[in-house]
Design a protein around this ligand. Structure first.
Ligand code: NAI
Length: 336
């Protein structure tokens, strides 16, 4: 009996490893297109499902010619509304970069009015068609769109906190690159922990825990990590925000989730998840280092020791973060 169930378990995990359907919602956008390309290059992805309200099939046809093993299918809304459901069915991982990006002078919170309802509607479709998928939310403001997804899933009785992630990978990617520019080091060797949320002062880099604790007092660097996205928004001058670096960060996060699903141990990524770390301060979601496993979140790692500068940054973070989370929850309560 025991042996039989073990064989069954092994067969199941083997098939889970072999069949990894990954879906991108918003696949024809600035992030969606390079993200789809990077996912096509990932041998862990066996089926790539690309949905957008415009040009999903177009992007899919293009990406499908890349000579890697995975199959690619494109979807857009059809008259029956079936396109989205078909795109989602059987997904192991769903990435959501659908929505509008910032223009110069805008904060991520300024996107709320448009993106909240887009993410809500896509989350409803996920709850219906792939309730057990790992949901990776890229659409901003992440601090609010992730709580919106939780409320949608909860209302349908399918919420699993281990499967819902806000993608904050770009903040650590930026931090390691910016540090390497100052120190003249290899950015891939710079492991910088960034905690909190994903906008402005809610982004808290912890340089005291890195190889360069002296950088914690470098206010200019701290600000650059917190507001690095603004550099791109300004340079693109009205044409959007980070897309290529974000695609790289999203593809890395998806790869980490897939590696953990495949049984790899010790896969750790920073990500914005439902977290016990600051619940006593009324903060349900927090980004910190998270160990991933076959069921999604395996273990939420503690924030660790902070120095005096970082303690101050964290105080500023929690105030804003609380408001952002509450805004998402309140939106769904009045716009179910
Ligand atoms: P974009 O405007 O180039 O692309 C968005 C795509 O979403 C478009 O192709 C659009 O047709 C599609 N879309 C809109 N409504 C949809 C719906 N209901 N269903 C499916 N697709 C839909 O925008 P971009 O530059 O790709 O940015 C997307 C989002 O990602 C923005 O909210 C942006 O703020 C966010 N972002 C997040 C980052 C992060 O670190 N988490 C970093 C950079 C951007």
């Amino acid at each position: 009996m025991f042996a039989a169930s073990r064989i069954q378990a092994r067969a199941f995990s083997a098939s889970a490893r072999q069949l990894s359907k990954v879906t991108v919602l918003g696949a024809a956008g600035g992030i969606g297109q390079p993200l789809s390309l990077l996912l096509k290059m990932n041998p862990r992805v066996t089926e790539l499902s690309l949905y957008d309200i415009r040009q999903g099939p177009g992007v899919a046809a293009d990406v499908s010619h890349v000579n890697t093993k995975s199959t690619v299918k494109g979807y857009q809304p059809d008259d029956t509304g079936a396109g989205l459901g078909e795109a989602l069915k059987g997904s192991e991982v769903v990435l959501i970069p659908a929505g509008v990006p910032r223009k110069p002078g805008m904060t991520r919170d300024d996107l709320f009015n448009t993106n909240a309802s887009i993410v809500r509607d896509l989350a409803k479709a996920c709850a219906e068609h792939c309730p057990e998928a790992n949901l990776l939310i890229i659409s901003n403001p992440v601090n609010s769109t992730v709580p919106i997804c939780r409320e949608v899933f909860k209302a349908r009785g399918v919420y699993n906190p281990k499967r819902l992630f806000g993608v904050t990978t770009l903040d650590v990617v930026r931090a390691s690159r910016f540090v390497s520019e100052i120190k003249g080091t290899d950015p891939t060797e710079e492991k910088i922990t960034v905690v909190g949320g994903h906008s402005g002062v809610t982004i808290v880099p912890l340089f005291s825990q890195s190889k360069h604790p002296d950088l914690s007092s470098n206010a200019e660097l701290v600000k650059r990590v917190q507001f690095g996205g603004d550099e791109v928004v300004k340079a693109k001058d009205g044409a959007g925000s980070a897309t290529l670096s974000m695609a790289m960060a999203g593809a890395r996060m998806a790869d980490s989730v897939l590696r953990a699903i495949g049984g790899e141990k010790g896969v750790v990524e920073p990500t914005f998840v439902e977290s016990p770390l600051y619940k006593d301060q009324g903060i349900d979601f927090f980004s910190s280092k998270v160990e991933l496993g076959p069921s999604g979140v395996e273990k939420i790692l503690p924030v660790g020791e902070l120095d005096a500068n970082e303690t101050q940054l964290l105080e500023a973070c929690v105030g804003d973060l609380k408001k952002n989370i509450e805004k998402g929850v309140a939106f769904l309560a009045s716009n179910p």
